[in-house]
Design a protein. Structure first.
Length: 202
C-alpha cells in the first residue's frame, strides 16, 4: 500500500511540476510588465523572480508612504535601501531573435531629491533568472530623481533564444529609503540613433 501511494505521489508531483513549467513559457515581444496582475503586496506577476522579496524588493497594490508610487495604474515594485548590496527583479522568459535591435526600459523614482543611498541602477540580461549570466545593457550611478524618469537602452542578441531582463539596484543604508520601478518593457523594431550605445550579447 505504501509503495502504491509513493508511486501516486511521484506521478502527481511530476504533473504539478509540468503544469508550472507550461505556465511559464517564454513571452513574445512586445513585452510590458506593469505589475497590475498582483492582488496583494509582495506578490510577483506570474513567472517573475526577485531577490529578497518582501525585504530588499517589495511590491505594492497602491501608492505607499515615503514616495513609493507607480508610474501608471496602481501596482508597482520598489527596492529598499535598508538592505545593502545589489538586488534584482527578473522578467519572465522572452523570445528574442538574433539581428533585431530591441528597446528596453522602465520608469523609476526615488523619494528624496539629492539623497545618497543608491549606488547604481541597471538593466541587465541573461539566459537564466539568476545572476551568473547577467550582462549590463545600460546603467546609471547614484540614481536620484524625485519626479519619475525612464532608464532605457537598446540591444541585440547574437543567438536567437530565450532571455531574461533584470532590473538591478545597488544600495547602501541611509538616504532615500525606496526606489520605485514600474512599466518595465521590451519592444521592437527599433532604430538606433547616432551616438546611442548598442550592446550585442553572445
Amino acid at each position: 500500500m505504501k509503495k502504491h501511494l509513493s508511486k501516486i505521489f511521484i506521478l502527481l508531483n511530476f504533473i504539478f511540476l509540468k503544469e508550472i513549467k507550461s505556465q511559464c513559457t517564454a513571452a513574445n515581444i512586445p513585452y510590458q510588465e506593469g505589475f497590475e496582475s498582483i492582488t496583494i503586496n509582495n506578490q510577483l506577476p506570474a513567472c517573475m523572480v526577485a531577490t529578497g522579496l518582501g525585504s530588499a524588493v517589495t511590491t505594492y497594490t497602491a501608492p505607499a508612504s515615503q514616495g513609493r508610487q507607480p508610474a501608471n495604474g496602481n501596482c508597482f515594485a520598489a527596492f529598499a535601501s535598508s538592505v545593502s548590496g545589489t538586488n534584482y527583479i527578473f522578467s519572465r522568459g522572452l523570445n528574442l531573435v538574433a539581428g533585431i535591435t530591441y528597446s528596453t526600459g522602465f520608469w523609476w523614482t526615488t523619494n528624496y531629491i539629492g539623497s545618497i543611498g543608491w549606488q547604481s541602477l541597471s538593466i541587465m540580461m541573461g539566459v537564466n533568472q539568476n545572476t551568473t549570466s547577467l550582462q549590463i545593457l545600460t546603467s546609471i550611478t547614484n540614481p536620484m530623481s524625485g519626479p519619475l524618469q525612464v532608464l532605457g537602452g537598446t540591444f541585440t542578441v547574437a543567438t536567437s533564444g530565450v532571455y531574461y531582463i533584470a532590473i538591478a539596484a545597488t544600495s547602501t543604508p541611509g538616504g532615500a529609503p525606496y526606489l520605485s520601478v514600474d512599466d518595465f518593457f521590451v519592444s521592437m523594431p527599433c532604430t538606433v540613433l547616432a551616438n546611442q550605445a548598442l550592446l550585442t550579447l553572445s
